[in-house]
Design a protein around this ligand. Structure first.
Ligand code: GLV
Ligand code: MN
Ligand code: MN
Length: 422
């Protein structure tokens, strides 16, 4: 039963969406050097638990049936009229990197709740159930790989292996899940694939803003290669050891970091490369570093070029290590091939955004997203809203309130089209 509103003219309440974003951002608050307010809720920390508790409370207040699975993914479901129909799912993540902004992930989850609240207020029913999910450890900042919860949900990583993953602080994922009370009873991987999955997310890059485009119809996600390199040299005295007699792990780590930047230039195109973490041991002013550990993040929309980047890095790291007389070993932290979203979902996102009066553009996602894992299970796609200055993973991350509401409106109408108004 509807209150008589034509469902195609339904719009979300942008202020209500903003209020929820503000309230969630206030958990694990951080302030950037420029005074910008962001959030730090690394996966399965106390802050993540507090954020989860708040979102679960909102889900229950909206009447959703809340299910917590064995990897801590939380799915809130609004019943449809057809008991046999699989749910249309939306959602994202609410964990953040240590230097997180207010919107990365949070927008997709809270816009999902806003869609549910809009449907509730207008008494609009859908044939398919509507599910709003947040997935465990999307960021991959504390535990690797990234998108871990949605990967297990999609059957891409065994539950037992995921529960055994060790955090950068030495904690175990399974123990941390139990500690914060989110080791749920619902079996994971999911027993039943959703009918479709659509995720709203901020772009986190500069493309939409530079082109003055309101909504991005995301075509896919680039491939991701994360590895940890461990370089073993020899600790020695900084004053007495001749330069020709050193086996300096720190030097080689620095050379590899410089090569990663050079490599992106050599390969050109969409190749990006980042050394985001580097630790030296014993990390003292007057000791040649005996060990360096560092991460390398390589991404490309083209799998062949990504493989080429990995091969060139391997070769150069070996050369540099041999020249300094150190050993280098590598460990894969995450490896995902590029993903293409379902063409029908991409078309639907684009057509819906246009119908709502927004300018649109098709573009690939530069960041990893839960939707790329759900794409293994069902037709999937994403909606992007612009990011001011292309800044993300930074408290200064910003999307204008009108753009947030526009994205949520497109999400509402796409979900209605997929779930079919009853
Ligand atoms: C995770 O979301 C990433 O893209 O690093
Ligand atoms: Mn994200
Ligand atoms: Mn992120």
């Amino acid at each position: 039963m509807s209150d008589g509103t034509d469902a195609t003219s339904l719009r979300v309440d942008g202020d209500r969406l903003l209020e929820r974003l503000e309230a969630l951002a206030a958990i694990g608050p951080i302030t950037g050097p420029d005074g910008a307010r962001g959030s730090s809720r690394l996966a399965l920390t106390d802050e993540d638990r507090d954020g989860r508790d708040l979102v679960v409370t909102w889900m229950r207040d909206l009447g959703l049936d809340v299910a917590i699975d064995e990897i801590g993914n939380v799915v809130g479901t609004r019943a449809g009229t057809d008991p046999a129909a699989a749910p249309v799912m939306t959602g994202s993540h609410i964990d953040t990197v240590r230097s997180g902004g207010r919107y990365d992930g949070n927008l997709g989850v809270l816009a999902g709740l806003e869609v549910v609240e809009t449907l509730e207020r207008h008494a609009v029913q859908t044939r398919h159930p509507l599910a709003v999910a947040f997935f465990t450890n999307e960021e991959g900042a504390r535990f690797q790989p990234d998108m871990l919860g949605s990967l297990v949900y999609a059957g891409g990583l065994a539950l037992e292996d995921a529960l055994d993953v060790t955090a950068i602080d030495g904690a175990t994922l399974g123990a941390e899940l139990r500690r914060i009370g989110y080791a749920g009873p619902v079996p994971c991987p999911a027993a039943r694939a959703p009918h479709a999955f659509v995720e709203l997310h901020i772009e986190q890059g500069p493309v939409l803003e530079a082109a003055a485009i309101g909504i991005g119809a995301v075509t896919g996600v680039q491939g991701i290669s994360w590895q940890e390199l461990t370089i073993d040299g020899q600790a020695n005295h900084a004053g007495t050891t001749p330069m020709t007699m050193r086996h300096d792990a720190g030097l080689v780590a620095g050379q590899i970091a410089a090569f990663v930047r050079q490599l992106t230039g050599e390969l050109g195109g969409h190749q990006v490369g980042t050394v985001g973490r580097m630790d030296l041991h014993p990390n003292l002013v007057n000791v040649v570093a005996s060990r360096a550990t560092m991460t390398v993040d390589l991404r490309n929309t083209d799998e062949a070029v990504l493989q080429e980047a990995e091969a060139r890095l391997r070769a150069r790291a070996s050369e540099l290590a041999a020249a300094e007389g150190v050993q280098v070993a590598s460990r894969v932290l995450a490896r995902f091939e590029p993903v293409s979203f379902d063409p029908l979902v991409v078309d639907l996102v684009e057509a819906t955004a246009r119908r709502l009066g927004h300018t649109t553009m098709r573009l690939p996602a530069g960041a990893g997203h839960d939707a790329q894992m759900l794409a293994r299970l069902c037709p999937a796609g994403m909606i992007f809203t612009p990011s001011a200055g292309g800044v993300s993973h930074n408290p200064a991350e910003h999307t204008a309130p009108a753009d947030l509401a526009a994205g949520a409106d497109v999400l509402l109408q796409v979900l209605l089209a997929l779930a079919q108004v009853a």
